[in-house]
Ligand binder design. Structure first.
Ligand code: PHE
Length: 479
């Protein structure tokens, strides 16, 4: 059987942007920004997108296009059959299953809000409304609707399902966000929201750097869909003629633009309605936007339906890119038919979604903590693989189809993904792990020398990376 490929030149870019742009930008980004200091978070997040996100995307593309496989098959075949790398690929597949479980619940919230906009259900008290619908059995029911839609598109396959569905969503969401932002700026008080979001708060950044770093890294990974194998799988359907550096940059720019647009909408809205930014949590987007629509009467209902439906479409183009990973794995590696693979995985995800929908603390464990831990871990592994297992082969894959500028950046890119980025990612993962486990950040005494705990964590990250590099180096490695 010949493997499917993208039908049109723009098919891949659109689908990859469709995967990237989703609830991560519109729902998770405002939540994380609000909880982590506003503009300080934004600044850090933007730096990470450029320095880690784009090189990371490139790493995923190289693995995917080179192997033409799902993450498990890709790592296993490119490493010459290593079981350990196969297992690491499986970890990425499992991460994706976990992500799509909570994602489905949020997708369900959007389904519900689309419907409630018609009836004006949230108009009376948008804050209380969110509190009454976010978890519980009905939330699970709406999640199932969202999951069913996702599964139907995934079942349709790459060209018929995914490519067609995404072409429409992207332009629609941008137009709609811009129109809403324009309206928001006419409201009194909106400028304070703009200040919260945009005026760089360097003092906050300096004092809270280590607290907000893991969240900023996790969010950058989540929004770009890297670290789980989605981008590996999408690039596996890609021909040699595309320039990977160009595609990665385009995807990151478009995706970041949508996130920033969402911020420009949500924060001015929250401030102009006098709503508390910090306590918004996962409901920030719902409460803020619903408050806006509720002041507009019938027009608000129309706007509400369109807004929530458009975001829902963007969410679908991301959730299909998640479900596609375990499905591609079962089809490629376990000889499942596409229909059976989709059915089985939808069942597994339904169980995950039930757990998230019924318990708020499990939900935030998945949506916050695990995202911030697992995605950077996944990306660190992929990039060590690219730098040291693929080595020269990664470079030639990177260069195929690339323009002169892209080629010139090839070797620096390979070095960058081989050493500094893994150290940085491991540093954030260990820091987050320690704070999650409640290990204190007090200075440590190592061999009689007192060092700040962050220095100790950095040293651990460096040692781990060095061990990995020494273990992985082969004659093919460039450095
Ligand atoms: N990037 C998607 C979003 O922002 C989420 C996603 C994560 C999709 C990981 C695929 C893989 O909504």
């Amino acid at each position: 059987m010949t493997r499917e490929t993208w039908k049109t030149q723009v098919g891949f870019i659109l689908a990859a942007v469709g995967s990237a742009v989703g609830l991560g930008n519109v729902w998770r980004f405002p939540w994380m920004t609000a909880n982590n200091g506003g503009s300080a978070f934004l600044l850090l997040y933007l730096c990470i997108i450029v320095l880690v996100g784009v090189p990371g995307l490139l790493g995923a593309f190289v693995i995917g296009r080179r192997s033409k496989r799902n993450p498990v098959g890709a790592l296993r075949s490119l490493s010459g059959g290593s079981r350990l790398w196969g297992a690491f690929g499986l970890l990425a597949v499992c991460t994706t299953v976990l992500l799509v479980s909570f994602y489905t619940v949020v997708g369900g919230w959007f389904v519900r809000y689309t419907a409630a906009s018609i009836t004006g259900g949230y108009f009376a008290d948008p804050g209380a409304y969110f509190g009454s619908v976010n978890y519980g059995l009905p939330a699970f029911g709406f999640a199932l609707l969202f999951l069913a839609a996702t599964a139907v598109i995934v079942y349709g396959g790459v060209e018929r399902g995914i490519e067609r569905a995404t072409k429409l969503m992207m332009p629609a969401i941008v137009v709609f966000l811009i129109a809403l932002i324009a309206w928001t700026f006419t409201r009194p008080g909106s400028m304070d929201g703009l200040t919260f979001f945009l005026s760089p708060d360097l003092a906050y950044l300096r004092t809270h750097f280590l607290d907000i770093l893991p969240a900023a890294v996790g969010q950058a990974m989540f929004t770009l869909s890297v670290g789980t194998g989605t981008m590996i799988t999408y690039a596996s359907y890609l021909g040699e003629e595309r320039s990977l550096p160009f595609d990665a940059t385009t995807i990151a720019v478009l995706n970041t633009a949508v996130g920033v647009l969402a911020g420009l909408l949500v924060f001015p809205l929250l401030f102009s309605f006098g709503l508390d930014v910090g306590s918004g949590g996962p409901g920030a987007i719902f409460v803020s936007v619903a408050s806006a629509f509720s002041t507009l009467g019938l027009f608000g209902r129309v706007l509400g339906v369109v807004f929530f439906a458009v975001v829902l479409l963007a969410a679908l183009s991301s959730s299909i890119s998640m479900l596609e990973i375990p499905v591609a794995y079962l089809v490629d590696e376990r000889d499942f038919s596409r229909g059976r693979a989709t059915g089985v995985m939808a069942g597994v995800v339904a169980v995950g979604a039930a757990v998230c929908a019924l318990d708020a603390s499990v939900f935030s464990l998945f949506a916050d903590t695990l995202v911030n831990l697992l995605m950077p871990t996944g990306l660190a592994g992929f990039l060590l693989f690219v730098g040291w297992v693929l080595g020269k082969n990664a470079l030639s894959e990177y260069e195929a189809g690339a323009g002169p500028l892209g080629r010139a950046l090839g070797s620096p890119w390979l070095l960058f993904v081989g050493v500094p980025i893994p150290i940085f990612l491991l540093f954030t993962v260990i820091s987050r792990l320690l704070s999650t486990l409640g290990v204190s950040a007090a200075p440590l005494s190592v061999l009689g020398v007192t060092v700040a705990s962050s220095t100790a964590v950095l040293a651990a990250a460096v040692v781990l990376t060095v061990i990995a590099v020494l273990g992985l180096r082969r004659p093919d490695s460039v450095f």
